[in-house]
Design a protein around this ligand. Structure first.
Ligand SMILES: Nc1nc2c(ncn2[C@@H]2O[C@H](COP(=O)(O)OP(=O)(O)OP(=O)(O)O)[C@@H](O)[C@H]2O)c(=O)[nH]1
Ligand SMILES: [Mg+2]
Length: 211
């Protein structure tokens, strides 16, 4: 079977939305990038698309507070989700973001893949597990990227990878785990391969009537 390879460098910004009600219609396929604040979501999107500032990155965690939508081509979208778990954010804001995230994951029917990014030095925090478990329940395939792999020597990198693989093995979902570095361009090929597979699936037919 031949699959289409997408030109991720052609990706452009479409819109930002505070919640799913403000997103464009559910035509086509979406893949979302989720992770703790500062995990490297926006950096990974920029590395994938070979664009310096497509998604805004920041040293200040909590920078991406909106659902940001990018289009690779007609009907093929990448989504930068708000980071979760940032301690300095007021409780009320945190709950609001978590609600927006949960809603997106559970209701956005065109979501056909979830990339969960975790700093390779601090993987599998509670909210990461919740995201992954949600995806497994919703039968959305997951790619876990252990980010900032350049911060660890190769031995430590490999042992973190096998530790995370072992811990997630019991979930029995469709989960692939790799390490990644936006800085050193490690793992971009694996990410592209996965996205190509997801974007080559038939788009989900949206059956729900407009209310
Ligand atoms: N060394 C290293 N630093 C990285 C890498 N990727 C991201 N960073 C740094 O980590 C910080 C956060 O990166 P972002 O891409 O903004 O993280 P984010 O997950 O989008 O954060 P929020 O939008 O706040 O949720 C920035 O200072 C980046 O430069 C990497 O591969 N290696
Ligand atoms: Mg970001």
């Amino acid at each position: 079977m031949t699959i289409k390879n997408y030109n991720y460098h052609m990706t452009h910004f479409v819109t930002s939305a505070p919640d799913i009600r403000h997103l464009p219609p559910e035509t086509g396929i979406e893949v979302a990038f989720a992770g703790r604040s500062n995990a490297g979501k926006s950096s990974a999107l920029n590395a994938l698309t070979r664009q310096k500032s497509l998604a805004r990155t920041s040293k200040t965690p909590g920078r991406t507070q909106l659902i940001n939508l990018f289009q690779v081509e007609e009907g093929i979208r990448l989504v930068d989700l708000p980071g979760y778990g940032y301690a300095q954010v007021p409780e009320e804001m945190k709950l609001k973001w978590q609600r927006a995230l949960g809603e997106y994951l559970q209701k956005r029917e065109c979501l056909q893949g979830l990339v969960v990014l975790m700093d390779i030095r601090h993987p599998l925090k509670d909210l990461d597990m919740q995201m992954i478990e949600w995806a497994v329940v919703m039968q959305v395939p997951v790619m876990v990227l252990l980010t900032k792999a350049d911060k660890l020597a190769s031995g430590a990198r490999k042992s973190q990878l096998s530790k995370v693989r072992q811990e997630l093995a019991s979930l029995e979902g469709n989960i692939q785990i790799e390490y990644f570095s936006a800085l050193k361009k490690i793992g971009i090929d694996k990410l592209e391969q996965k996205l190509d597979i997801w974007f080559n699936q038939p788009a989900v037919e949206i059956t729900s009537e407009v209310e």
